[in-house]
Design a protein around this ligand. Sequence first.
Ligand SMILES: Cc1cc2nc3c(=O)[nH]c(=O)nc-3n(C[C@H](O)[C@H](O)[C@H](O)COP(=O)(O)O)c2cc1C
Length: 262
Amino acid sequence: MILYFSATGNTRFVAHRLAAGLGDEALDLLDRIKRDDCAPIHSDRPFVICAPTYVCEMPRFLSDHLRKTPLVGNSKVYFVFTSGGYSGISGVLANHLMRRKGLRYMGCADLTMPRNYIANDHYPELDTPEIERRIRTATEAVDGIAAAIRRGERLKSRHVWLAEVLITLPFNPVWVRVRQGVGDFHATDKCVGCGKCARLCPLNVIEIVDGKPAWRGKSCAHCMSCIQNCPVQAIEYGQITQKKKRYLFEKYRYAARENDNR
Ligand SMILES: Cc1cc2nc3c(=O)[nH]c(=O)nc-3n(C[C@H](O)[C@H](O)[C@H](O)COP(=O)(O)O)c2cc1C
């Protein structure tokens, strides 16, 4: 059973391609996370958990959800992380989490995919050839991962240094509190009140008030689901996102198909 969360489609693509390669099913955890539904998940086959990387680790709302959700049946658990190039300490935390659950951590794989974070100016926007190149390379790698899992092998990722763990663990919550407020999110006049942003928000931060989204609370995961999936590009984050192209994997899915046609 492949379990995943995905805001902009990279991880969804990986999860479904792995499912096809393994002849297994993929389960989107979004609804369960939204409802805080932690009912046990059963699988006779090894679990494969696919997640994006947020601030150098797997999203905390996802690790919290996995902590609370019993995974029963097969005790082997693989992880596959997507990132914009640095998956940080995701694997170390995944290993720790699985040990605490009494499950067998089977290693993790990292896939560099297009970066979906547009709410700051630190990262240059990727051009289309680079986005396509990353998707093609990741697609090939996913097929290799599926083959390794089929053979029952452990997955090997890069070595994580202790310093990375010691820096990331305290840095992540501070960054989230200071840099990931919700105050700057807003809907412009283009908003058609479809409510898609609220339906896709994993943390239920968005409420539709008088037909428009309103962001509640002090911080969110900044997963970019609302801003990137808005069908009329009506959501902005302050002024930072005004001139930025939106990213969804679906727009570039053709690059993955190119691998299949070779
Ligand atoms: C809040 C946030 C934080 C992120 N932090 C990192 C990071 O630390 N390192 C990195 O390489 N990519 C980072 N990214 C990029 C995503 O991990 C990457 O684009 C991922 O493939 C998105 O997956 P999705 O399309 O399934 O949502 C971040 C993205 C978001 C939204």
